[in-house]
Design a protein around this ligand. Structure first.
Ligand SMILES: C[S@@+](CC[C@H](N)C(=O)[O-])C[C@H]1O[C@@H](n2cnc3c(N)ncnc32)[C@H](O)[C@@H]1O
Length: 213
């Protein structure tokens, strides 16, 4: 049998109280050492405080930012945040409404940098200041195929909402617009699924896979 991997699905019930002398390391949380740790974290972070986990991910975040337009309260944002966390994305930007349904995030939002912008214009100004190249992701006329595109290293990807898709402001402000090839009857993919595919294209092109869990 293979050794257990580092991820939650190998130890979905977590770990019990620490056995033996507790480690003398400030990254460990005394309450978790005493009571056990059933959080949705990889095994490498078992018993660590949330602050220690965030600080560790912060040393390894990718120069990839994700933005999602939230003018109509999109239910996909939680899933986008969870996937962004899995890929150690720098920041998830939410444009428009501040409220979003955290359920799909499965508590990953506690470990992910999140930032709000009132308008797409505000987000574009942030991207310009931060030296990020903006990539709009939608299946609209003129989009290049993401399967063929070279994605920028310092990159901010913008996704639209169910229904209207990406705004004219987002498309107008993007250096590149890309679409994901489809072959069936549906007009489009769920926005969170599209975000996962697009993030993984960036990971395949730019991440150091030897450093993945
Ligand atoms: C459900 S789509 C809606 C808009 C879509 N343009 C349409 O024609 O109905 C919501 C968002 O998911 C993403 N998306 C869905 N399918 C996509 C695809 N094939 N290529 C790129 N992005 C896609 C885009 O960010 C889009 O704004």
């Amino acid at each position: 049998m293979d050794d257990p991997g580092p991820t939650e699905w190998n130890q979905s019930t977590g770990v019990g109280p620490w056995v033996g002398d507790p480690p003398d390391d400030p990254r460990y949380d005394p309450d978790l050492l005493r009571d056990g740790d059933t959080r949705n974290v990889v095994d490498a972070y078992r018993y660590w405080t949330r602050e220690a986990i965030v600080a560790d991910i912060d040393t390894r975040r990718h120069p990839l930012h994700i933005a999602i337009e939230n003018f109509g309260n999109d239910a996909n944002i939680g899933a986008v945040v969870r996937t962004a966390n899995a890929f150690a994305v720098d920041t998830v930007h939410i444009i428009g409404r501040r409220r979003w349904n955290r359920r799909g995030a499965m508590v990953t939002d506690r470990y992910q940098r999140l930032r709000h912008h009132d308008t797409t214009g505000e987000l574009l100004a942030f991207a310009a200041d931060a030296g990020l190249s903006v990539v709009a992701v939608d299946n609209i006329p003129g989009a290049a195929r993401i399967e063929d595109a070279e994605l920028p290293h310092a990159c901010l990807m913008i996704f639209g909402q169910e229904g209207p898709g990406i705004t004219a402001d987002a498309k107008g402000g993007a250096a590149l617009t890309v679409s994901i090839a489809q072959f069936g009857s549906t007009r489009s993919i769920n926005a969170a699924v599209a975000a996962g595919i697009a993030m993984h294209r960036w990971i395949a092109q730019h991440a150091d896979i030897s450093k993945a869990w």
